[in-house]
Design a protein around this ligand. Structure first.
Ligand code: NAD
Length: 282
């Protein structure tokens, strides 16, 4: 596995498109604070911005892209469709594009599998056709477990380009990540900092002291060296920069395995919901 050399590095997806190996998340951010934060993130070199219809901030993301001064083809903009929108996925896609002010999305993800497989497959089938129109460059999923991926593959004889899942030191999803790797599915890790709680793990802080880096930088570096694409969120300039400065050092094998040992058993570290139980599709 080739480790991303800098914030502009890209990885190849299974449909031939490329995606930045590092991104910026915008959940629970909005207003002019978010527009300014994205402008700063772009100045720091972030090129992948992760939003969703559910976040209700696509308008601000679009505004920041318009004024950010980065060419559209250098950016990788991801949005997501919520399971209640699976009945009319083209309407959901067109609405996201309209609010963002874009004519295509680099990534469009089924945000959660939802509880109704029929509606999920309907959304996938219709969105696949939208890839042919050029409105979606890479169709992917989020919060899909191995059973959801296998079922999708059984129905469509293809794997999604991306699976965006929760991954951080206390919740590592090792088996699901291995399954994705075996099948050429890129794994994007959401809540890569454990929604902020990861920076308080004593072993992470200890590694930070050893290496002269912050705990957040240790976690993000571990993710990059593990082949994950982290999308940390912050609206504060100093943290946006700090989180991006993870390409000038590396963790050795012993340090990597110390972090691998922090995974908690029985999903105890999970901050999100169980995709088998939530959210309802209607
Ligand atoms: P995160 O792990 O990125 O943590 C963000 C929080 O950590 C911040 O709000 C801040 O409190 C803290 N933080 C950020 N940088 C820090 C630093 N350098 N030092 C100390 N603390 C720091 O959590 P997140 O926002 O939940 O996840 C990131 C992104 O993933 C989201 O913004 C969203 O785009 C995406 N996401 C997707 C899903 C999904 O279901 N697909 C779910 C949750 C999040």
């Amino acid at each position: 596995m080739k480790v991303a050399a800098n914030i502009f590095a890209r990885i190849e997806l299974n449909n031939g498109q490329t995606m930045p190996a590092f991104g910026y998340g915008v959940y629970k951010a909005g207003g002019q604070e978010l527009v300014a934060a994205i402008a700063y993130a772009l100045a720091c070199g972030y090129r992948y911005i992760d939003t969703a219809s559910f976040y209700k901030n696509e308008k601000e993301v679009g505004q920041a892209i318009k004024t950010g001064g980065i060419q559209r083809d250098e950016l990788f903009i991801v949005s997501k469709i919520w399971p209640t929108q699976f009945g009319d996925p083209v309407k959901a896609l067109d609405e996201s594009l309209r609010v963002l002010g874009l004519d295509y999305l680099d990534g469009y993800l089924l945000h959660w599998p939802g509880l109704d497989a029929k509606r999920r497959f309907n959304a996938w089938e219709q969105l696949l056709r939208q890839c042919e129109t050029g409105k979606i460059r890479a169709l992917g999923v989020s919060n899909f477990l191995e059973c959801h991926l296998t079922e999708l593959h059984r129905n469509f004889a293809m794997w999604p380009t991306i699976n965006q899942i929760e991954v951080h030191p206390h919740y590592q999803e090792k088996e699901l990540r291995a399954f994705c790797a075996d099948n050429g599915i890129a794994v994007v890790s959401w809540s890569p900092l454990g929604r902020g709680s990861g920076v308080n793990i004593p072993e992470i802080a200890g590694l930070g002291r050893d290496l002269g880096k912050t705990p957040a930088q240790i976690i993000l570096r571990w993710q990059i060296q593990s082949g994950l694409v982290p999308i940390p969120k912050s609206v504060h300039d100093y943290r946006i920069r700090e989180n991006a400065e993870v390409f000038d050092f590396s963790l050795n094998a012993a340090q990597m395995s110390r972090i691998e040992g922090l995974d908690l058993p029985d999903n105890a570290g999970r901050t999100g919901k169980d995709p088998m139980l939530w959210p309802p599709s209607e």
